[in-house]
Design a binder for this molecule. Sequence first.
Ligand SMILES: NC(=O)c1ccc[n+]([C@@H]2O[C@H](COP(=O)([O-])OP(=O)(O)OC[C@H]3O[C@@H](n4cnc5c(N)ncnc54)[C@H](O)[C@@H]3O)[C@@H](O)[C@H]2O)c1
Ligand SMILES: [Zn+2]
Length: 662
Amino acid sequence: MNTGERIQELADRVMVLRDAYYRGSPLVADAEYDAVEDELRTLIEANPELAPDPNPLDQVGAPAVLHAPIRHSRPMLSLEKATKPEQVAAFFERFPGQPVVVMPKLDGLSLALVYEDGRLARAVTRGDGTTGDDVTVLVKALTDGVPERIPAEGQVEVRGEAVMLRTTFAAYNTAHPDKPLINPRNAAAGTLRAKDPATVAERRLQFFAFDLYTTAEASADLAEGLSTLGFTAADMRHCDDAAAAQAVIEQIEQQRNDLDYDLDGAVLRLANRDAYKAAGTRSSSPRGALAYKFAAEEKTTILADVVWDVGKTGKIAPVAHLEPVFVGGTTVTRATLANQEVIRARDIKIGDTVLVRRAGDVIPFVAGVLDASKRTGAEREIVPPSTCPSCEQPLTEQGNSRELFCTNVACPAQTVRRLVHWASRAAADIEAIGPMWIERLAEAGLLEHPSDFYQLTKETLLEFDRIGEVSAARMIESIDASRQVGLRRALIGFAIPMASEGTATRMCRAGFTSLEEVADAGEEKLVAVEDIGPKVAASLSAHLARLRPELERLRERGVSLDVREEDLPPVVASNAPLAGKTVVITGAISDPRSGEKIARPTFQRLCEKAGATAASSVSANTDMLITGAGVGASKLTKAEKLGVEVVDQGVIWDQLIEAGMV
Ligand SMILES: NC(=O)c1ccc[n+]([C@@H]2O[C@H](COP(=O)([O-])OP(=O)(O)OC[C@H]3O[C@@H](n4cnc5c(N)ncnc54)[C@H](O)[C@@H]3O)[C@@H](O)[C@H]2O)c1
Ligand SMILES: [Zn+2]
């Protein structure tokens, strides 16, 4: 194939992919689409005389079928892309001395909101850039952050991104396993394509503004202009030079996991609205802005197999074995498929090319099959097991997702999982015996219950080929140390359904002094504990009753199930510098005297000893936000809005040192 033919082929492919994407059923992941566009762009740049006519790279979006077409006052364009710091530097050189803002590039769909004399008149999608769809009714009904009225006369147009928050997306998919959404962007676009808002009421969207045109008086600074009108703008940070901008770009990328929305890059843009306007446009992008792309959080790969895994509570979950794929910053070979309802609703088969999503700290997830036409006929159905893969007992189904459970208390796989959990760091912390040895010891009949660890002897361990003197001694030592596990960590170690680590802490703080006392308390007394609901109380009671003989065996073998000093609220020193303060701690903490990094829980404990109550997020009840290094702007903005005092960790360290507490 010659270059001209290749260009035409790529251009055709771009058109086909765009059409499918803007209709709401993409055929490939964004990263793969971008690769096609990139190849086309590179070829046309090298051979401008071979540029196709029309050139899809000069066009925006796709001429979708519109219900109620509306012509935009000025085109809604795409953005020029950058992937290298040099391109950021070149942007600054093009506009010397101009203030620049850097903000997240939100992954949703853009909207133009037109206000006439202070009232929202129309909300319009981007469409093909020239003509968009009237979605006013849907936006009014479903989108937060779009005021019906703004304090401005004349014609005002605010543009921005409507996104589905990750929490909304996750909640929707949990509630509707039968009609799952593929990703937040697609979900947002689909929501605004609905005929009737009532059918998509649970799919709320959030609007973040990033553009403003007005005939009325308004600040020349974009961020200020938007916030004066009452909009939540994309988080814009002013940068004086390319180095500062690059640092903010990197910070946004690092913090993308902590945010409640997807972003696929950062946008640089002239902060001054007049300068932005004067910079003008190219065929499909404004000159006064640049999009810096981040690594993809979604990719497609082959689903090689599905294995049903038995968890410590007996849940049998499908695990996807994938051809290795680099996504969300790591190579992924395993991903969750949730449950059989999700597999059915998404029509996933072994051998399919599937979309894998790894966003934030969430476990990689198979989101679905994008292009079923890729099937060869060799794909296989994923068949849920009818018996437990470990003990072969029949399974039960639970809930509307029809999750599978093995209820056999003697199920070997569950036994191993529970023992591994007992030995884990958060529980008994028997660090010298890893999961592999736990499995071997269980197979050999030496381990079944946690109490069995405490009967192991060096001699029995030495009978295993690959355990020598030194490791046997280490194992025994590690088991010995774990006898001090105490109430809180023992409760965690039993992995009681519905009971979290927080539940264990609350039991200690509520005055229970031993695990037996919790077991004997009865549901009524347990519900009386702060933040313990009836379901948790019932589960605790039932499971601890069953575990009674095990508690006795643990005691006989010298394991402490009593509350430990570290599990209780600290005794507050009389000269406590933070007495009565509710604090939130954020950022990286380090001891200013040595520079040593200090784990957040350790620092929190110090603050509690100094009289503070620690909370996990900033609210109106917070007295103080204690900041370490690298604090996200969103936390600071929230504190500022609520009038919460922001205190650098250095100030707190000084107080702790002065009080002789560290
Ligand atoms: N998977 C597919 O088949 C397929 C097909 C076509 C396009 N796509 C994807 O669509 C995107 C390209 O489309 P495009 O040209 O519409 O978008 P773009 O990447 O050029 O970006 C322009 C858009 O960014 C959005 N945006 C978000 N935050 C912004 C901010 N702070 N400031 C300014 N704009 C902001 C706006 O909606 C604007 O329309 C790519 O991510 C591409 O991978 C995917
Ligand atoms: Zn089983």
